[in-house]
Design a protein around this ligand. Structure first.
Ligand code: ISE
Length: 336
């Protein structure tokens, strides 16, 4: 892999378009060679911004293309598992956006296929692990002065999407990030959850305005994840951990404090593309570096699978109103 890695990007929407542009302008050693989107105009616009990459309308064809060395999957959630399986079959490394799949059974198929292959080709798009604020927090925790973490708190707000989201979507598409953060920062596995929600519309009980998931970790610690699906003020992700000898939380947003006309305040980012702008660049740089060194070492398909196992338990808990244990396959040796 001496020359630039040729990357095929599946999906040229907000996330795929951002990855393609970042690869082109911020990632040495990578070159976007092919872009797939069903919307030809969108594919063309992204290709033009990526030095004239080719375009196509078939994700499976992109994966097979001889001028594609590695793949980014940023298409709609229900397409992820089949595309990831195709990348494994083709022996091509892939950065797959979360969720790994929209059902635990499909996620298990992907994990089993990669474990059978015996080498890690999949990295999951849990970009928070590349966010400087999260990394600094994790470094402070592992340094040891704060002692054992006792409680994880995650706050995650989105602006409205314009239509009420289902509880399943908020859990699988949004809260999976928080479940992964909780495992990563607590350095422990979630053993059980209790989920509750406030519907977005009283006449649609399966819609979700606010989700609250309480966590119990295998080591006995506790946690909570709050996802506000339509905050009305902006996008935020904050984590706070109470530990034996102190507490650690992500610092304030980097935006400046402004005072004007008798008021003071700080801008709140509108979405994840702004809040995690730097993390997305660092994620791609690390991914490409790791591929050039041998294989991906960022968040794995197993991390994607376990986050979905927690999501699945949260969905069961919502339906039953009871605390629900996490049911998961045994961890294949590939994932350490
Ligand atoms: C979106 O798909 C993301 O991945 C964002 O990070 C998350 O905050 C948002 O809730 C999801 O819809």
């Amino acid at each position: 892999m001496g020359s630039a890695l040729r990357i095929g990007v599946i999906g040229a929407g907000g996330m795929g378009g951002r990855h393609a542009r970042n690869l082109t302008t911020h990632v040495p050693g990578a070159q976007v060679s092919l872009i797939m989107d069903l919307d030809q105009a969108r594919a063309d616009a992204t290709a033009a911004a990526c030095g004239g990459a080719r375009t196509c309308a078939d994700g499976q064809a992109l994966i097979r293309d001889p001028e594609v060395d590695a793949v980014v999957i940023a298409s709609p959630d229900p397409t992820h598992a089949e595309l990831a399986l195709a990348c494994l079959a083709a022996g091509k490394p892939v950065l797959c956006e979360k969720p790994l799949a929209t059902s635990l059974a499909d996620a298990e198929r992907v994990v089993r296929a990669e474990a059978e292959l015996g080498r890690r080709l999949i990295q999951l798009g849990f970009m928070r692990v590349y966010d400087p604020a999260h990394r600094a927090l994790q470094a402070a925790l592992t340094e040891g002065r704060l002692g054992r973490p006792l409680l994880f708190r995650g706050l995650h707000t989105n602006l409205a999407t314009g239509h009420p989201r289902s509880a399943a979507d908020v859990i699988i598409n949004s809260a999976v990030h928080d479940f992964h953060s909780a495992r990563w920062l607590m350095a422990d596995e979630v053993a059980s959850v209790q989920a509750q929600h406030v519907p977005a519309r009283p006449d649609q009980p399966d819609s979700c305005r606010l989700l609250l998931v309480q966590l119990r970790f295998a080591g006995g610690a506790l946690g909570s994840v709050e996802v506000n699906a339509a905050s009305g003020y902006g996008y935020e992700v904050e984590v706070a951990l109470t530990c034996e000898h102190g507490m650690a939380s992500t610092g304030p947003q980097p935006e400046p404090w402004l005072r004007s006309a008798g008021q003071q305040g700080q801008a709140v980012p509108p979405d994840w593309l702004v809040r995690f702008e730097q993390a997305y660049v660092l994620e791609l740089q690390d991914w490409i570096r790791s591929l050039r060194a041998g294989q991906a070492h960022g968040p794995s398909a197993w991390d994607g699978y376990i986050s979905l196992a927690i999501a699945e338990a949260a969905r069961h808990s919502l339906a039953s109103g009871q605390p629900t244990g996490i049911t998961a396959m045994a961890r294949p040796a590939l994932y350490g």
